[in-house]
Design a protein around this ligand. Structure first.
Ligand SMILES: Nc1nc2c(ncn2[C@@H]2O[C@H](COP(=O)(O)OP(=O)(O)OP(=O)(O)O)[C@@H](O)[C@H]2O)c(=O)[nH]1
Ligand SMILES: [Mg+2]
Length: 327
């Protein structure tokens, strides 16, 4: 599962500044022996820096999902949205930095405890400060990569697997987002140009006694080499969904030939999916086919579609083969 809240990611400068700022708050304590007093103060400061940095790095490391936390659908999406190897490396770098800081602090404290004069204490402390800063600076790139990944992770939808899932798929511009806005309370962006939808929109539809999840996915072209936007849709089709509504636009107002659109539905069927072909924009073009005909513009056929969807959800199993062209 993708956590609902993914932590914000500070940069290395912020972590260093925050750590130094906190050390200033360390209280001077009364000790009769001056050397012991300086030792105690130095140890407190080192501990404070270590703890602030450890917590800052830990919040990011612990808050970002690891590959093992994700299912196949989420993992496929993550790999489409960000460089998976870089993601893993960045998280490992943070884990390394966190452990390194603990190690540096432990060594520094050990040295301070053993020190017999003020100069040695100062040397141990400033050596810790220097090495501390350079470890944090070393992970600056990883921090900024994770900051970008956070935006990508937010695009991975939270999908409740206990509900039946209906995916609205098809060529770009055929009216998929228009249809989800008719079936659910969702109001995604609808526009006259292709590839308006770039991420998966999830709406809830009430049918009979149950609730269904309806997914509006980006448009897919019937070709071998899909772009990143199409692959978002394919990741969903590959891994989830009880029914696929393959929406086509016989008016070809979408900008694509009906023949090609129908071939995509055929490909989906051949991969073993539970596909219901639906012709949209019947207000513009009515064919003589046996396919279900609807118009998101006039509302025609939507009630029949709802009934048919329910039949399909329960009639067949939707597990199919991969349609995602893996590189
Ligand atoms: N005349 C007519 N136009 C429609 C109908 N349904 C959708 N449209 C129009 O078709 C265009 C594309 O609609 P969208 O819902 O954005 O299509 P989409 O399939 O989600 O497009 P992408 O997200 O780009 O893949 C918009 O201009 C809609 O207003 C319909 O039933 N009749
Ligand atoms: Mg759309």
């Amino acid at each position: 599962m993708i956590p609902e809240r993914i932590p914000t990611v500070p940069d290395s400068k912020e972590i260093i500044e925050r750590s130094f700022k906190e050390t200033k708050k360390v209280q001077d304590i009364y000790l009769p022996n001056f050397l012991n007093k300086v030792k105690s103060l130095s140890i407190q400061k080192v501990k404070m820096m270590e703890s602030v940095a450890r917590r800052s790095l830990g919040r990011v490391y612990d808050g970002f999902p690891k590959f093992d936390d994700l299912d196949r659908f989420e993992r496929d999406l993550l790999f489409i949205l960000v460089n998976g190897r870089e993601y893993e490396r960045s998280l490992n770098n943070l884990r390394w930095a966190r452990a390194k800081i603990v190690e540096l602090a432990t060594n520094s404290i050990r040295g301070i405890k053993k020190a017999s004069d003020l100069n040695s204490i100062g040397r141990f402390r400033s050596s810790f400060y220097g090495r501390f800063s350079s470890v944090i600076e070393d992970v600056d790139e990883s921090l900024s990569f994770l900051r970008e990944s956070r935006e990508a992770l937010k695009k991975i939808p939270q999908i409740n697997r206990d509900m039946k899932i209906v995916i609205i798929a098809g060529f770009p511009n055929v009216g998929k987002s228009s249809l989800i806005s008719k079936l659910t309370n969702l109001t995604p962006e609808i526009a006259v140009y292709p590839f308006t939808t770039k991420k998966i929109n999830v709406g809830i539809m009430k049918m009979g006694n149950g609730l269904y999840e309806v997914l509006d996915v980006p448009g897919i072209l019937n070709r071998r080499n899909h772009n990143a936007i199409e692959r978002v849709a394919l990741a969903a089709l590959d891994n989830i969904g009880d029914v696929v509504l393959c929406l086509v636009d016989p008016s070809e107002e979408c900008g694509y030939r009906l023949e090609d659109q129908v071939r995509l539905c055929q490909t989906l069927k051949e991969s073993g999916k539970n596909v219901l072909v639906v012709e949209n924009k019947v207000d513009l073009e009515r064919t003589s086919s046996n396919n279900l005909k609807i118009s998101c513009a006039t509302g025609e056929g939507l009630d029949i579609l709802r009934k048919k969807m329910e039949e399909y959800v329960y009639a067949r199993q939707a597990k199919g083969n991969s349609v995602l062209q893996r590189p």
